[in-house]
Write a protein that binds this ligand. Structure first.
Ligand SMILES: C[S@@+](CC[C@H](N)C(=O)[O-])C[C@H]1O[C@@H](n2cnc3c(N)ncnc32)[C@H](O)[C@@H]1O
Length: 347
């Protein structure tokens, strides 16, 4: 091998070493969040106290603390460990549960990405085991039990005046593809006049959503049904349909959109989150999201493509709203019979 090739090989290995360290740091953080170890370090604590409260061996606790200190999750002072301010903010803001959801979802995604290089490919979302399906669903949701989850949902809704008005005045709300129903339950907790139905084809996710509604005292206002969004019907029209579109396969979309229109009252709101907000430039995140959803035969729609699809299904007054928590498309079922208005704008 030439010296130049050797130099490139060493640089490449250094880059691989960086990736290894990132993945292992994420694993340590995940364990610390999952076990409650980090929550015990909100206030200064000794290794002995941690060993007693976690029932772990003292020497292992000491080395866990050192590893957590090395990755700047813990600080050490006068023989006590405590969470670094950055991570303490995660816990006090109630975002540590969601941080864990993101890391758990990432562990499932990592296996799926690796499997895509084998001839059998990776499992589609619907063929995954319950634990993997739940982990992925939680990682694209909000946690309705935490102030963080409710704040994220409120911020998304309040950023869209039509959405906020509908929910404040007691909308009847239908969610197509509610999954674990983080969004719907967080919204119902914040808007006491809201009521509705969440549907999903996964019976396991619906069971979890139902149990969460009971735990949150919301089951008198929110129902859950296992159903295909393409065919689900209800005797009374809804004011708002939320469509978690980036989990819906190409084959299902025309029938699902037609059904969303049919289940809405004239003038009712269709709301859909956008996975790929911009056309350009491609980012690592958008490329990986695209790779994953394409493997499930879900088209990775940009906001412009989604606008086009929704307009073709007969919706009007289409707008796209961006804020730091996400990009949402809003559209309406036409309110007047025979009206065929096509409008769209980006705010
Ligand atoms: C993961 S959820 C979205 C998260 C949800 N908005 C929340 O806040 O928790 C998307 C769901 O769409 C469901 N889905 C996909 N196609 C569907 C269909 N044709 N009918 C009903 N549900 C469907 C998937 O099973 C998946 O659980």
């Amino acid at each position: 091998m030439h010296t130049a090739d050797n130099n490139y090989a060493f640089s490449a290995l250094a880059a691989v070493e960086g990736l290894r360290l990132d993945a292992e740091q994420a694993a340590v953080l995940r364990g610390g969040l999952q076990s409650g170890f980090l929550a015990r370090c909100m206030h200064p604590v000794t290794v002995e106290d941690l060993a007693e409260s976690t029932a772990l061996d003292r020497s292992r606790v000491e080395h866990l603390c050192r590893a957590l200190r090395a990755i700047d999750v813990l600080h050490e002072e006068f023989g006590h460990y405590r969470l670094a301010p950055f991570y303490a903010a995660l816990v006090t803001g109630g975002a540590d549960g969601y941080a864990l959801d993101v890391l758990n979802g990432s562990a499932v995604r990592q296996q799926l990405f690796t499997d895509l290089f084998a001839s059998a490919g990776s499992a589609a979302f619907w063929s995954l085991g319950h634990a993997e399906q739940r982990a992925l669903a939680a990682s694209v949701s909000v946690d309705p039990f935490t102030s963080h989850g409710r704040t994220v949902m409120t911020s998304l809704i309040e950023g869209n005046p039509a959405w906020h008005e509908a929910f404040s005045t007691g909308a009847r709300y239908l969610e197509f593809g509610c999954g674990l129903s983080g969004a719907m339950l967080a919204a119902a907790a914040m808007y006491p006049a809201l009521s509705g139905v969440g549907i999903d084809i996964s019976a396991d996710l619906i069971n979890v959503a139902r149990a969460r509604a009971v735990a949150l005292g919301l089951s008198d206002r929110i129902d859950f049904i296992v159903a295909d969004a393409a065919v689900y019907t209800y005797p009374h029209p809804f004011d708002v349909v939320l469509w978690s579109q980036f989990f819906f396969s190409s084959a299902s979309r025309p029938a699902v959109l037609a059904n969303a229109r049919a289940q809405l009252r004239p003038g009712g709101l269709l709301i859909a989150p956008v996975l790929i907000p911009a056309e350009q430039p491609e980012t690592i995140r958008s490329a990986l999201d695209t790779l994953l959803v394409r493997s499930w035969e879900v088209p990775p729609m940009t906001s412009a493509e989604l606008e086009f699809e929704v307009a073709a299904a007969g919706f009007v007054d289409i707008t796209v709203h961006r804020n730091r928590f996400g990009t949402m498309l809003l559209a309406r079922r036409p309110s007047l019979v025979g009206r065929d208005e096509r409008g769209s704008s980006v705010r």
